[in-house]
Design a protein around this ligand. Structure first.
Ligand SMILES: Nc1ncnc2c1ncn2[C@@H]1O[C@H](COP(=O)(O)OP(=O)(O)OP(=O)(O)O)[C@@H](O)[C@H]1O
Length: 623
């Protein structure tokens, strides 16, 4: 071939100037671009072979990256389709594909990293590392001559007869003095592995301390049939891929032929941490790394777990020859997004339906994930809302429909819940004593989850265990009670006076005789008070202000021995001269304090009175 010289076309100037700006920012992408081209060339040859039965049988595709320290070169070789002189002219010299130029112009104003990270600038990225780039290539076509192309970054090129004897391409980078790779074979190996860990074509690396080392896994687990994968292989894959010392709890393998998507979602062992942290989602395009945790592709709640997807139609790597319209890109992204929502929904629902024991065993790790998913994702919510489980106060897991079906406490469409099993321990015990049930809503996500449930199910009321319980404890007034109620009311007002504050007094016969007194909140006003506290409008310690905000009732059980004693106690001095009224006052004050203590709402000022009265009672015993 007689030498051909020329200058690169005008559009390439744009690319060069942009590349210069990007210099030193993300030089790793040179490897991504050039190895992708090599892999494409091998794929093209396979396509030719499949389409044309008369075509020869080509050797298995192979890419070799060589770090030549002595020659100060990096060489990327493939045995793919190669290029004829005409193709080099068309694809390399005239990069005048207007689409690409437009595309680059459009994005040049944007943040540079995001452009180069997501959209390949192709072969010309080689000039980020090298002042001089050469191509040695030979087309697979019979009779095609080998071609050598040399270009120094002054934009002039020269084409001469090449040295290759077999089809394929070598791209040779004569490195700049200040390139960061020549002494760092380990770094180069790791970069290739980062981008091409799962490429279908074998990639070998040669360099100081690397003797033709295979870099990638050409048959990743998500491409293998289930019969070939074992629990141990999955566990090992997960631990290595996500640098975790624990095995995953379980995984979901999925595939959508329509959009060319395959992947695995690993459910992480969160070790019962109360604050779950995000997982890592790795995204590949035909085994080429695209990015991690890309929010346009991975539903937010799915990203609480770790996973991997490989999609042949990913929009984020845009080939110069297949630049897609913006709206099409957005469509593909939302298809992937929806597909992931669906797969996760199917997987978790399957676990609930087919293996409830494991679903419950994993629940501490899945709790926030499932509830967050319901709050955030319509598809997931439509299936999983009725399958959220809560521990009840007896330690059994139940869905809300299961709890409602039990009757008793849920009569009238009410779900009783405890939001803090320590703070509300007194009421939990009370519920147990009355053989009633309530669910534990004690995760931080439970309150927003509950509010959403109320919006959706207007016929279900959620009531905290210490609120609106009067109906639950089934108070009743019998014939002849009226007189007792009046007498007791007067004794209570005499004893407690101002201490009752805004509280309503209610005297009734509760079915359960062991309950003496109870403070019951009005659910609505209690929530209002809690909200004011959350927004800092009420100080947490300021229990009296909180009380004022939340309407509550002081419930006194006529069907209780202590209350009967108070009721019957004479107000005249006894034969020893003791003042009986003083004694009932003391008992009633003490009962109010105990009710407040049960609520965790005893004021600092009241504590002193409570201690003195308690000592008084002990003194009366020991005398
Ligand atoms: N190793 C190779 N073997 C055969 N042809 C190649 C090789 N490298 C590049 N080419 C040809 O040169 C063209 C331009 O490559 P370039 O990497 O610049 O763009 P692209 O691969 O089309 O798009 P992208 O911007 O995504 O990289 C390719 O489309 C291909 O036809």
């Amino acid at each position: 071939m007689s030498g051909q010289r020329g200058f690169l076309s005008i559009e390439s100037k744009n690319i060069f100037s942009i590349l210069k700006k990007w210099l030193y920012t993300e030089q790793d992408i040179v490897f991504r671009e050039l190895i992708s081209n090599a892999s494409d060339a091998i794929e093209k040859l396979l396509t030719v072979q499949m389409a044309d039965k008369t075509a020869g049988c080509y050797p298995q595709g192979k890419i070799t990256v060589t770090l030549d320290g002595e020659g100060n070169r990096i060489i990327i070789s493939d045995n793919g389709v190669g290029m004829t002189a005409d193709e080099v002219n068309r694809y390399i010299n005239q990069i005048a594909f207007s689409g690409a130029a437009d595309f680059i112009n459009q994005y040049r104003e944007e943040q540079q990293d995001s452009i180069i990270g997501h959209f390949g600038v192709g072969f010309y990225s080689a000039f980020m590392l090298a002042d001089h780039v050469a191509i040695e290539t030979k087309s697979y076509l019979e009779e095609a001559a080998a071609v050598r192309w040399d270009c120094k970054s002054d934009m002039a090129y020269e084409m001469t007869t090449g040295a290759r004897t077999s089809h394929g391409t070598d791209v040779i980078l004569y490195l700049n003095k200040d390139n960061p790779y020549i002494e760092k074979a380990d770094t180069v190996h790791d970069i290739i592995q980062k981008y091409f860990l799962f490429l279908k074509t074998e990639i070998y690396f040669d360099g100081p301390n690397f003797d033709h080392v295979l870099v990638n896994d050409t048959n990743p687990l998500w491409n293998q049939p289930d019969s070939q994968t074992t629990t141990e292989s999955m566990n090992q894959f997960y631990r290595e891929c996500y640098d975790d010392i624990s095995n995953p709890l379980f995984w979901i393998k999925f595939e959508s032929v329509d959009i060319g998507l395959r992947g695995i979602l690993f459910f992480r062992d969160t070790k019962n941490q109360t604050e779950e942290i995000d997982g890592t989602f790795k995204i590949y395009n035909r085994g080429v790394f695209v990015g991690e945790n890309i929010k346009e592709l991975i539903p937010r709640f799915v990203n609480l777990q770790s996973g991997i997807i490989d999609c042949t139609n990913l929009p984020l790597v845009v080939s110069r020859s297949t630049i897609r319209e913006e709206d099409q890109k957005a469509d593909m992204a939302s298809l992937i997004y929806e597909c992931l929502s669906q797969e996760v929904t199917i997987g978790i629902n399957h676990l609930f339906e087919k293996n409830r024991a494991d679903y419950e065993r994993f629940w501490p790790h899945l709790n926030a994930f499932v509830k967050y998913g319901i709050l955030q994702d319509k598809i997931f919510a439509s299936v999983m809302t009725r399958k959220v489980i809560f521990k009840d106060i007896y330690g059994q897991y139940k869905t809300i429909p299961e709890y409602m079906a039990e009757g008793e406490a849920s009569a009238g469409g009410t779900v009783y819940y405890a939001s803090d099993s320590v703070e509300q321990a007194h009421y939990i015990k009370l519920f147990k004593r009355c053989r009633l049930n309530a669910l534990l809503f004690d995760h931080v996500i439970d309150q927003p989850f509950l509010r959403r449930q109320e919006l959706i199910h207007s016929n279900v009321r959620f009531v905290r265990i210490d609120s609106d319980g009067e109906a639950l404890f089934q108070g009743a007034i019998h014939d002849g009670d009226q007189g007792k109620i009046e007498r007791l009311t007067s004794k209570i007002h005499h004893a407690l006076g101002e201490r009752l504050g805004q509280m309503e007094l209610k005297i009734t016969n509760l079915e359960e005789p062991s309950i003496t007194t109870l403070i019951i909140h009005d659910e609505k006003s209690r929530r209002m008070a809690d909200m004011l506290e959350i927004y800092g409008m009420i100080n947490q310690a300021d229990t009296s202000l909180k009380e004022m905000q939340s309407k509550s009732t002081f419930l006194v059980n006529l069907n209780n021995d202590i209350i009967r004693y108070v009721l019957e106690a004479s107000e005249a001095p006894d034969p020893q001269g003791a003042n009986c009224s003083k004694q009932t006052d003391l008992i009633l004050n003490q009962l109010l304090d105990l009710a407040l203590l049960g609520q965790g709402a005893l004021n600092v000022e009241d504590v002193e009175g409570f201690i003195l009265r308690s000592e008084d009672i002990i003194n009366q015993w020991i005398k």
